[in-house]
Write a protein that binds this ligand. Structure first.
Ligand code: G16
Length: 542
């Protein structure tokens, strides 16, 4: 029986950079989940009898919300729901399932790299039939709907057993509980030279993969250890836990410090990698060298043709605006398009669908390609492995050769987390107000060449997204970029992105923060960071 339940609208269900993210107790408010899911369905058309994919990263509250989503999907008229066993689907795996089985769309439950647990973060996002995050037009519609919703519809039925694979009936809708890993592993096998990787491991190649007690554990174990023959134990923290073992499942140098320390030690294996809560981010650390996400994008793009799936070359490269310009030089060399988008994977979807870009990447530890419509942590790891296998060189040697050929974009991101929202907005407003006067002036000894608030004109659908980050560009090609994060759940997070290009062969091996010190001073001076935020130092530097 379908019940129609009266509800009261909330005014804070605006999806951010990647869906709606809040603390678990916030999601547990009366009908908070139901309102948002109904608002998604109310904003879609033509899904009667179609398939909906549902899965999440296994964090606390995942199972409860999947049961609600299933009952609401049945009430809304979906014909079928595909759910990962145990409610598990990594974000890239969900994107693949949507595409492979021609689903109408999918609901992915995750707050990505944010911590999990009864008082930590949860999230819900909708992905469209191309497998990618809902475009802004749709998230705006969903938000508008959440503000006026008065009722939702739900099937009155008991919970389904999500731990047994098979087909079940739920009020006339078929629920198929599927193996979360198999389709994804098959896709990876179609893109990369598994026999070559197998041979590399058989010849003694060693690696450490930190799955951070998050969703990629079962994927990484199956692919690296079972299919490619990496030594048992190669994948660390391989069991997804609802609270990620109490850690932040964020693959950066702060939260994956153990891996970093190992990779810098005498006992380091040949290669190190990590992924995040929902499996779409990656961290790449070679023996003795951290590869920044921006550099990783450029190096993967420069070498992708060495993997079977990309042997025909790339159609183009896309990167988010705050990501360094390292990939631009690769695109220039290959004579292919380079697209600069706002932060948020959703902006790559049109370029990928139109065949304009093959590889995309972001400074926030995300890289991916046209194989799905999400960034993909394990994909990046496997592409690196494929390149290492073909070139027979270390990651360090490959990085150094890359810098020699293309020059090096020294790059860092400074995050000021959980700052007062008003102070953060005040800082951005003040910067915005002086943009027109900055060109020609000197800041901390550097002359400003240009300054603007980045706006994106989508070349495919003509849509315009403005206010996407403030750029202060200096003579010589260096820049600082300021934006507020769209993924935090408490207060505001100010991100300051700092970049300097260097092609003097004698200056390619500097320590990053030292190489950027004048720009760091300029960022402080132009934005008054310490006075406005009350912080003398960033919380996280990546
Ligand atoms: C999400 C988005 C990414 C974005 C990142 C950081 O990643 O999918 O496109 O780069 O957030 O966004 P912000 O700077 O606004 O916090 P994830 O891995 O959290 O889904």
């Amino acid at each position: 029986m379908i019940k129609t339940v009266a509800t009261t609208a909330y005014d804070d269900q605006k999806p951010g950079t990647s869906g709606l993210r809040k603390k678990v107790p916030h999601f547990q408010r009366p009908n908070y989940v139901q309102n948002f899911i109904q608002s998604i369905f109310d904003s879609l058309e033509g899904f009667e009898g179609e398939t909906l994919v549902i899965g999440g990263d296994g964090r606390y509250f995942n199972r409860e919300v999947i049961q609600i989503a299933l009952r609401m999907a049945a009430a809304a008229g979906f014909g079928k729901a595909m759910v990962g066993r145990g409610g598990i689907l990594s974000t890239p795996a969900a994107s693949n399932i949507i595409r492979k089985y021609g689903a109408f769309g999918g609901i992915i439950l995750s707050a990505s790299h944010n911590p999990g647990g009864p008082n930590e973060d949860f999230g819900i996002k909708y992905n469209a039939g191309n497998g990618g995050p809902a475009p802004e037009k749709l998230t705006d519609q969903i938000f508008a709907r959440t503000k006026e919703i008065t009722e939702y519809r739900i099937l009155d039925a008991p919970d389904l057993d999500l731990d047994t694979e098979g087909s079940f009936d739920l009020g006339g809708m078929t629920v198929e509980v599927i193996d979360p890993v198999a389709d994804y592993a098959e896709l990876m096998e179609s893109l990369f030279d598994f026999p070559a990787l197998k041979a590399m491991f058989a010849n003694g190649f060693t690696m450490s993969m930190d799955s951070m007690s998050a969703v990629t554990g079962p994927y990484a174990k199956e692919i690296l250890e079972n299919r490619l023959g990496a030594a048992p134990g190669t994948v660390k923290n391989a069991t997804p836990l609802p609270d990620f073992g109490g850690h932040h499942p964020d693959p950066n140098l702060v939260h994956a410090k153990e891996l970093h320390d190992l990779m810098m030690s005498a006992e380091a294996p040949d290669f190190g990698a990590a992924s995040d809560g929902d499996g779409d981010r990656n961290l790449i650390i070679g023996k003795g060298i951290f590869i920044s996400p921006s550099d990783s994008l450029a190096m993967l793009a420069a070498n992708a043709h060495l993997a079977p799936g990309y042997a025909a070359g790339l159609a183009g490269i896309a990167r988010s605006m705050p990501t360094s310009g390292a990939a631009d030089r690769v695109a220039e060399k290959f004579g292919i398009g380079l697209y600069e988008t706002p932060t948020g994977w959703k902006f790559f979807g049109n370029l990928l669908d139109a065949g304009m870009a093959t590889i995309c990447g972001e400074e926030s530890a995300g890289t991916g390609s046209n194989h799905v419509r999400e960034k993909d942590g394990l994909w990046a790891v496997l592409l690196w492995l494929n390149i290492l296998a073909v070139r027979g060189e270390s990651a360090k040697a490959i990085a150094e050769a890359h810098w020699k050929e293309f020059g090096r974009n020294y790059y860092a991101r400074h995050d000021y987390e959980g700052i007062d929202s008003e102070a953060a907005n005040g800082l951005m407003d003040a910067l915005r107000a002086k943009l027109a006067d900055l060109p020609g002036t000197e800041i901390a000894g550097l002359r400003v060449a240009a300054a603007d608030d980045f706006a994106y004109h989508d070349p495919v659908d003509g849509s315009v997204s403005s206010k996407q980050g403030i750029r202060v560009m200096f003579e010589g090609g260096s820049r600082v970029v300021f934006r507020l994060s769209g993924t935090g759940t408490s207060g505001a997070t100010l991100r300051v992105y700092i970049e300097r290009y260097e092609d003097d062969p004698a200056k390619l091996g500097e320590e990053t923060q030292a190489a950027l010190s004048d720009l760091i001073a300029a960022a402080e001076e132009v934005a008054d960071i310490s006075t406005r935020t009350g912080r003398s130092e960033p919380d996280v530097i990546t």
